[in-house]
Design a protein around this ligand. Structure first.
Ligand code: SAH
Length: 381
């Protein structure tokens, strides 16, 4: 699909640069992922074997079940508020919410009629797929929103899996002692290339050791991610509740160029196929923690995905799921557990992190050292 002026995204970006000068990387990223006509999530099928990437809920139902166990535990620990709202931002195909709701309805059946289910999604195409996936959950009140701002008030149980990596980032490169903003230029043949703009990152926005780093060092910031985290945190402070952010990234702010593009399942030049390739970068969880705290929220925990899932009882649940299955099915479950919780190349357990934020201070499993959440592992298939 192309925009009303008939030009595909790449040509429109070249035109914008011709008229307005070099484009900030964060603006380029935003156009690539969310342009209403040609943005990646608006037009492409990112998920599954034919797509560019596979997310944990698309690998196994166990992932969403563990998230469901956690959310019910967080809700009970904080007083089992009446009429909570269960929110997912960036629900993809709706698979994670489907698995969460199946688990919630086993552990806390009353929530089928008392909880409001709210999906925040910017892509009309994916919203349609989510509606299909969530047709028969048994929950009476499921609604869609383009922004978190329109989700009604209420004690909030929120999850966002692989959302933050898809929100725009900016990069700064150290040159002549200053960190200058990376921009996108167009050459005489309309080819896109990186350059450096005039914008300089103030030292207050840089880590303490930034001056000591060598020339050419890349430092990334993501104001759009921090703004999203603050919107979540403000809501948790105002309404009460718990937010769970899961993504690939690092626990401590660092340096380096982590921007990556995937096209047809393979790594691609981030400037080669605007809107056709999936653009992401590592999430800086340190920056999200600071953003959440600035908004008055509390950090209940930050852990590697493997620790989080195993701490919630992933292995017991996998054993139960495989109990009456064939050897082949058991092997598939074992491989899926390894993929989402294992450590090392190609596995998600270490690379992915889980951040739990609450409106009021709360000790939550598996972060706080105590017994596992009650009800753990008693979900059905
Ligand atoms: N959570 C899903 C999908 C992750 S892909 C899973 O784990 O499988 C990222 C999702 O975020 C897509 O659904 C995309 O359309 C959505 N998205 C991207 N930017 C968004 C924004 N600003 N607000 C809400 N959703 C957004």
């Amino acid at each position: 699909m192309t925009a009303p002026d008939g030009l595909p995204l790449k040509q429109r970006i070249v035109r914008l640069i011709e008229h307005g000068g070099p484009m900030r990387l964060s603006d380029y990223f935003a156009l690539c992922v969310s342009d209403p006509d040609d943005g990646y999530y608006m037009t492409m099928e990112p998920f599954g074997s034919a797509g560019d990437f596979t997310t944990a809920p698309e690998i196994t139902q166990l992932f969403g079940e563990m998230v469901g166990v956690f959310l019910v535990h967080a809700w009970r620990t904080q007083g089992s508020a009446a009429n909570p709202v269960i929110v997912e931002i960036g629900p993809g195909r709706g698979t994670l919410m489907r698995d969460i709701l199946r688990t919630v309805s086993r552990l806390a059946p009353a929530l089928r009629t008392t909880a409001g289910i709210h999906l925040v999604e910017t892509s009309p195409r994916l919203s349609r797929i989510q509606k299909e996936t969530l047709r028969d959950t048994g929950f009476s009140d499921i609604r869609w929103h383009e922004s978190l701002a329109s989700v009604p008030d209420g004690h909030t149980l929120l999850v966002a899996n692989e959302l933050f990596d898809a929100l725009p980032l900016a990069q700064y490169v150290k040159l002549g002692g200053a960190y200058r903003e990376r921009v996108v230029r167009a050459d005489a043949e309309d080819r896109l290339a990186f350059g450096l703009g005039t914008g300089v990152l103030p030292s207050t926005a840089l880590p303490d050791d930034a001056d000591a780093r060598p020339e050419g060092t890349v430092f990334e910031i993501a104001p759009a991610r921090e703004a999203m985290m603050q919107a979540i945190a403000r809501r948790l402070v105002a309404c009460g509740g718990t937010g769970l952010v899961i993504d690939y990234g690092h626990i401590v702010t660092g340096y380096g160029d982590t921007l990556q593009a995937l096209h047809g399942g393979a790594f691609d030049d981030p400037l080669a196929h605007p809107g056709k390739a999936d653009l992401t970068s590592h999430v800086d969880f340190d920056a999200l923690v600071r953003a959440a705290r600035q908004a008055g929220a509390h950090v209940a925990g930050l852990a590697r995905q493997g620790e989080f899932l195993v701490g919630l009882g992933l292995l017991d649940r996998a054993g139960r799921l495989g109990a009456d299955k064939t050897a082949e099915e058991q092997e598939a479950i074992r491989a899926a557990v390894e993929r989402i919780a294992g450590e090392g190349q190609g596995l998600m357990g270490e690379l992915f992190k889980v951040l739990a934020v609450t409106g009021k201070p709360a000790g939550l499993q598996p972060f706080a050292p105590a017994a596992r959440p009650s009800g753990d592992g008693r979900t059905s298939d």
